[in-house]
Design a protein around this ligand. Structure first.
Ligand SMILES: *[C@@H]1O[C@H](CO)[C@@H](O)[C@H](O)[C@H]1NC(C)=O
Ligand SMILES: *[C@@H]1O[C@H](CO)[C@@H](O)[C@H](O)[C@H]1NC(C)=O
Ligand SMILES: *[C@@H]1O[C@H](CO)[C@@H](O)[C@H](O)[C@H]1NC(C)=O
Ligand SMILES: *[C@@H]1O[C@H](CO)[C@@H](O)[C@H](O)[C@H]1NC(C)=O
Ligand SMILES: *[C@@H]1O[C@H](CO)[C@@H](O)[C@H](O)[C@H]1NC(C)=O
Ligand SMILES: *[C@@H]1O[C@H](CO)[C@@H](O)[C@H](O)[C@H]1NC(C)=O
Length: 933
């Protein structure tokens, strides 16, 4: 009892704690940036030819994000020196001992002022093929370290941009830079100033079968490229995005180009100008760049006559030096391309996270049968999702539907924003597809297209490889938009692609939490949602990249849903060949589906499966807003009675749903929920305004109250596991509450740009409050990422939020009594019986968790008891897919080598932002348990 009371008391004290946040501590910097623009172009940076290697060690699929580096057990690679005698225990190495070795790199100068070292690391003495015969592709993944040196000869030092292709992390003179450039995007370098002399580069090498393939010997190839920077700003000319011109008009005015700040101080881009400004108008908002930050400069172009295809634009920027404001200009070239109406063309548009993205669009063929006559109805959109590592305007993608051009439909090849579509076409990629489709009507207006319009919610969806996975994802998560689906050489889920068997050990409850997070994309479990969609599967029987097993499996599983797929296995064919997306059987399928425009049949009964994250669109107009618990998937079994228009719904783990207008099915007259006596009469004019929800007494009721969409309840864009942070309406804001956290703010900003091409504003204000009040501002603010050390963390906007810091302890409270967790407003949570876990601050203690903000927004808290803990937590801010971050995590110092096995807590939040019963909370030394009522 005393413990219970103490817990209440402590909670009360915590919520009264004033929040003291450090702010604006951009003190003077070591480097002298003011000299940079005036430096002589004395290029003089060299890289080692000989690199020291230590490895191999085991590494699981996407596990390196968690730490899981065996050498951290020995204080980290940086603390070790080359020694031919030293051995380190390793489950992969011969005789169980990994040793040092040397490897020679190719060092070359790619362009003036730029030097590159390329090294291939391999361990041929390991019996890879035998390991593979036992453990599969997971045995071909491993990690190792490499050490080399970079010399700077200039007496004043040199500002350098480092592009580290194939790496996830590296250290310069012992200072860690996490994120790297795993997919070799070349988008966001690490920019730093190095003094004269020798600098140590420690590279963590990780082999990943999904990124590097499994066909050959498991070599790790990495490139270290150092580019000297003489100017204050650099332009990444390659990153320029503009629409093509058609019929003398720009398809869309949105444009962007990435700008890199080479200074150790803030730079603000204030405007754009150009000598040719009479022919076009450029519009932009001012863009502040954090020291060494890279951001996309977003602007819009309006062209006026006479048409000009090439022009130069000057970026006007200012730096604040001690001598006062200094203005500078930096030019770049814009070159527009003209396309005819019948060609594939590039269209730009705004992604919901306020960046400019593009897609390749091809209008319907200009034939009389396809609509160039009066009264032609809108026609469907064929959407084709590309495979991993490809740009949508690469010929392989751009031309992949050429042979299907005769089909009467719009053709759209979205990018998913990056060659890996950000997150394998999940949250980030799906937002891009939706924005690309919404850009078609804009294009129609902009270029004065007079042919048939597009039915933007009737998609014929196809995709190859990673894009084939995307087709499965859309068919299971957003089925109402799809009239036909053709996954080609696609994989079913990342876990089925490269098994997770080589991960570090952990208590099964911890692995189950991670597995649950990944299961949101386990399409095998959600196939029932595709009922009624005609699906045509195609896969080469000799595919050595995505094994044909994936397609056979999905075909088998679909066979059990009453809605079997058409399945076409191509004997002897591999992963890709020219024409793979337009084989005769695929063309036949596309044409038939485009002609009919609708799904051929609607099932009389169907089942809706909701992933435990609750992140999903509607199925036949049923949209589930909230699940009872995030610890299992939700289900609704629907049976329609055509005679009386009644729909019988049998639910499992559903808390709240609504009906939306669906063109796929006749609306129900009434709903019978869980065999209740009285059906609910359905009024279509109240669709989207009426919710069906479970009352505290576990009975279904209806409500038109919209007040529930508040800070206490998880809803809308907040659904998902930790990757829900990517569903941002507006650019990200990275807010630093502790002065020491600034390099982590820069790192997170860089990784968002590198892996998602996402934009973020770094803010030295420790608050997600201020910008929200400023709703009228042109700067729309999306989700926040808040960095804090120790007690600097401000409290949540939700007073009942279960994770808080309080004078030297991190406190998590988990509701024990499930009856109390069904209160509506959430305010009552203070009264519920809780189990409180307290973790006293210690070296390396870190935490990462989502918190709600108003308007369906989120903040992701990156917290550490000290800088080590903060750095650990920051590794897990979403970058690669398949990592499995749940809604919250508490990390111990041992995560550095144990990976997820070192977690102190992990789990999911329920609909009221409370910790779910299946979550893991460590109760052991250094933690205190309390119960409170
Ligand atoms: C490096 O500097 C030395 C002396 O300052 C000069 O001789 C040499 O050409 C420079 N090398 C490069 C690659 O710029
Ligand atoms: C860097 O400088 C050190 C010390 O001056 C020298 O021993 C080393 O060879 C140099 N390394 C390279 C890659 O130039
Ligand atoms: C390596 O081992 C040999 C033989 O055991 C020994 O003579 C030598 O001193 C050792 N070298 C180092 C650097 O420890
Ligand atoms: C690394 O391997 C690639 C392809 O296997 C080869 O082209 C390249 O020359 C190799 N580089 C080095 C430094 O060995
Ligand atoms: C659009 O095209 C139609 C038909 O070709 C033409 O009559 C009309 O003037 C055009 N509109 C504009 C704004 O150019
Ligand atoms: C909800 O329904 C009640 C009566 O059923 C009605 O008076 C009220 O205006 C409705 N509210 C909204 C927001 O539609």
């Amino acid at each position: 009892m005393i413990n219970f009371l103490l817990g209440v008391l402590l909670l009360a004290i915590c919520s009264l704690q004033p929040v003291v946040c450090s702010r604006d501590v951009m003190g003077p910097h070591l480097d002298n940036p003011y000299q940079i623009p005036f430096l002589e172009a004395n290029r003089n940076v060299s890289l080692s030819r000989t690199w020291q290697i230590l490895g191999p060690f085991r590494s699981g699929t996407r596990e390196a994000i968690w730490g899981a580096d065996p050498l951290e057990y020995y204080n980290g690679f940086s603390s070790l020196s080359y020694s031919t005698n030293a051995t380190f225990n390793s489950a992969l190495a011969v005789n169980g001992a990994a040793r040092w070795s040397l490897v020679r790199a190719d060092v070359s100068s790619t362009s003036p002022g730029s030097i590159k070292a390329s090294l291939n690391v391999s361990f041929p003495e390991v019996e890879w093929s035998f390991l593979q015969s036992v453990y599969g592709w997971s045995a071909l993944q491993y990690q190792a370290w490499a050490r080399g040196f970079l010399n700077v000869s200039q007496p004043n030092g040199q500002t350098i941009a480092l592009y580290m292709s194939g790496l996830l992390e590296f250290l310069v003179d012992g200072k860690r830079h996490f994120g790297g450039n795993f997919y070799s995007y070349h988008r966001a370098p690490v920019i730093l100033h190095l003094s004269q002399g020798q600098h140590t580069l420690d590279l963590r090498l990780t082999r990943d079968v999904r990124a590097l393939g499994a066909a050959d010997e498991p070599i790790i190839g990495v490139d270290v490229e150092a580019e000297e920077r003489q100017m204050s700003l650099s332009i990444d000319q390659e990153s320029l995005l503009v629409s093509d011109i058609t019929q003398g008009r720009l398809g869309n005015g949105w444009a962007s180009i990435n700008v890199q700040n080479n200074l150790a101080e803030w730079v603000e881009i204030v405007s754009l100008s150009s000598p040719d400004a009479s022919q076009y108008v450029l519009d932009m908002e001012s863009l502040p760049l954090f020291p060494y930050q890279v951001r996309p400069l977003i602007f819009s172009i309006s062209l006026g006559p006479p048409l000009k295809f090439e022009f130069s634009v000057d970026i006007i920027y200012k730096t604040d030096t001690e001598k006062g404001e200094v203005l500078g200009t930096l030019p770049f070239q814009v070159k527009l391309v003209e396309k005819s109406l019948s060609e594939t063309q590039k269209i730009t548009f705004l992604h919901s996270a306020r960046i400019v993205s593009y897609a390749i669009l091809r209008p319907p063929p200009l034939t009389s049968t396809c609509g160039f006559h009066e009264g032609r109805k809108p026609i469907p959109v064929m959407v084709a999702l590309h495979g991993a590592g490809l740009q949508a305007d690469a010929p392989q993608v751009r031309e992949m539907l050429d042979a299907a051009n005769f089909i009467c439909s719009w053709k759209l090849l979205p990018t998913g924003v990056t060659p890996w579509s950000g997150d394998d076409w999940h949250i980030w990629g799906a937002s891009d597809v939706q924005a690309a489709i919404a850009a078609i009507p804009e294009w129609i207006k902009n270029v004065n297209w007079t042919g048939p319009h597009a039915t933007v919610d009737n998609w014929i969806l196809t995709g190859h490889s990673n894009g084939g996975h995307g087709v499965w994802f859309f068919s299971t998560h957003y089925p109402d938009n799809i009239i036909a689906a053709a996954p080609v050489s696609g994989y079913s889920s990342i876990e089925n692609y490269v098994p997770y068997s080589m991960w570090q050990e952990s208590d099964p409850i911890v692995s189950s939490v991670l597995q649950r997070s990944r299961s949101n994309y386990k399409n095998e479990l959600l196939l029932e949602n595709a009922a009624g969609i005609p699906i045509f599967q195609q896969h080469g029987s000799n595919d050595d990249n995505v094994p044909v097993y994936h397609s056979r499996l999905m075909h088998e599983l679909l066979g059990r849903t009453q809605w079997p797929s058409q399945y076409n296995e191509l004997p002897g064919k591999g992963h890709w060949f020219e024409g793979i997306m337009t084989t005769s059987s695929l063309l036949e399928f596309y044409e038939e589906r485009a002609t009919s425009q609708y799904r051929p049949t609607t099932p009389l009964s169907f089942t809706i499966s909701i992933p435990s994250s609750g992140a999903m669109g509607s199925v036949y107009g049923i949209y589930v807003d909230q699940l009872q618990s995030p610890d299992m998937n939700g289900k609704i079994e629907v049976t329609r009675d055509l005679g009386n228009g009644l729909w019988y719904l049998q639910t499992q783990n559903i808390h709240r749903f609504r009906l939306s207008v669906s063109t796929r099915v006749e609306v129900p007259v009434a709903l019978v929920l869980d065999r209740m006596e009285y059906p609910f009469i359905v009024n279509p004019s109240l669709f989207e305004k009426t919710w069906y929800l479970k009352s505290p007494l576990n009975r279904w009721i209806t409500s038109n109250d919209t007040e529930w969409k508040n800070i206490y309840q998880r809803h809308g864009n907040q659904m998902g596991a930790m990757d829900a942070i990517l569903r941002s309406n507006g650019a990200f804001t990275i807010s630093t509450c502790s002065a020491d956290a600034e390099h982590i703010a820069l790192q997170i900003s860089r990784n968002l740009l590198q892996y998602f091409a996402a934009d973020s504003l770094v803010s030295e204000e420790c608050s997600s409050t201020a910008p929200f009040l400023d709703q009228t501002s042109k700067n729309r603010h999306g989700n926040f990422i808040v960095l804090a050390i120790g007690d600097d963390l401000p409290p949540s906007r939700n007073p009942a939020f279960p994770i808080r810091v309080c004078r030297g302890t991190l406190m998590l409270s988990k509701i024990c009594n499930p009856l109390h967790s069904t209160y509506e407003a959430g305010i009552d949570s203070q009264r519920a019986q809780k189990y409180v876990s307290e973790y006293t601050y210690q070296k390396g203690l870190g935490a990462l968790f989502l918190r709600p903000l108003e308007n369906e927004r989120l903040e992701l808290i990156v917290w550490g008891a000290d800088l080590h803990g903060l750095e650990q937590a920051a590794r897990l801010v979403p970058t690669l897919t398949g990592v499995g971050q749940p809604d919250f995590l508490v990390l111990s110092d041992s995560c550095r080598w144990k990976g997820h096995g070192g977690l102190l807590a992990a789990g999911h939040f329920n609909k009221f932002w409370q910790i779910s019963p299946s979550s893991y909370l460590y109760r052991g030394p250094g933690t205190y348990e309390k119960y409170s009522l």
